[in-house]
Design a binder for this molecule. Structure first.
Ligand code: AMP
Length: 231
């Protein structure tokens, strides 16, 4: 598929861990040829490489808590300043706190995309608690190509192995039941209020994240198509 070379601006995907942000972010990124910026992925990469940031973040992430805003903001600022973000980017897992959302608002007042100021497009993926638990405990991913499976709903053809490249699938350390409950608590306390923050700005689009994946994708892409046309 050839990406559509249009100016998208920033797309913010809100929702609990396991709501499908990563899956849909990949589709949007591919459709428009813009980067998928997952703060969780960048942090995990830093942990794997043993950078200073990774050393500071590791224990916090393993407990399912949020990494301090100052560390995350520096990291995001570096990433969104890269030239590949010129037409836009999809944020997955950011913002997660009021301070992060306020920083992003300030940043977007100074930032232009292809010479234009564009407000963010914010989608909120809604998924019920039990569904989230099953998605997170059953989640497995391919460390080579990033494809995501679920042992309950979307198992690979051969158990434990990626359909696409045959790599052994892995489970994220923080997808254990104990850490999941901590992550969901932190989501409710710190991130859920952001839906209201963007609703008050008239920017929030609700998406039923419990629908089958293809249906969610169709809704997300048609929403973007409509909004991008209006900007
Ligand atoms: P995720 O892959 O989005 O579920 O993120 C995994 C973990 O990375 C989270 O549980 C947090 O510890 C950390 N993290 C990711 N994004 C952020 C953020 N925007 N602010 C603070 N911590 C974050």
């Amino acid at each position: 598929m050839t990406p559509k070379a249009v100016t998208v601006g920033s797309v913010i995907l809100l929702g609990a861990p396991g709501a499908g942000k990563g899956t849909q972010a990949k589709v949007i990124a591919q459709q428009y040829g813009i980067p998928h910026i997952s703060t969780g992925d960048i942090l995990r990469d830093n942990v794997a490489r043993g950078t200073d940031l990774g050393k500071k973040a590791k224990a916090i992430m393993e407990k399912g808590e949020l990494v301090p805003d100052t560390l995350v903001l520096d990291m995001v600022e570096d990433r969104v300043d890269c030239p590949d973000c010129d037409r836009g980017f999809v944020l997955d897992g950011f913002p997660r706190t009021a301070a992060q959302a306020e920083w992003l608002d300030r940043f977007l007042t100074t930032r232009t995309f292809a010479g234009r100021h564009l407000p963010p497009i914010v989608m909120n993926f809604q998924v019920g608690y039990n569904q989230l638990l099953q998605r997170l405990t059953g989640r497995r991913s391919c460390p080579t190509c990033g494809r995501i499976y679920n042992v309950y709903f979307q198992p690979p053809r051969r158990e434990g192995v990626c359909d696409f490249d045959g790599a052994p699938l892995i489970q994220r350390k923080d997808d254990s039941e104990e850490v999941i409950s901590e992550r969901l608590k932190n989501y409710e306390r710190q991130t859920l209020p952001l839906a209201d923050y963007y609703r008050r700005q008239g920017r929030l689009y609700e998406v039923n994240g419990e629908l089958p994946r293809e249906q969610v994708t169709a809704e997300v892409l048609s929403l973007l198509e409509r909004l991008r046309g209006e900007q």
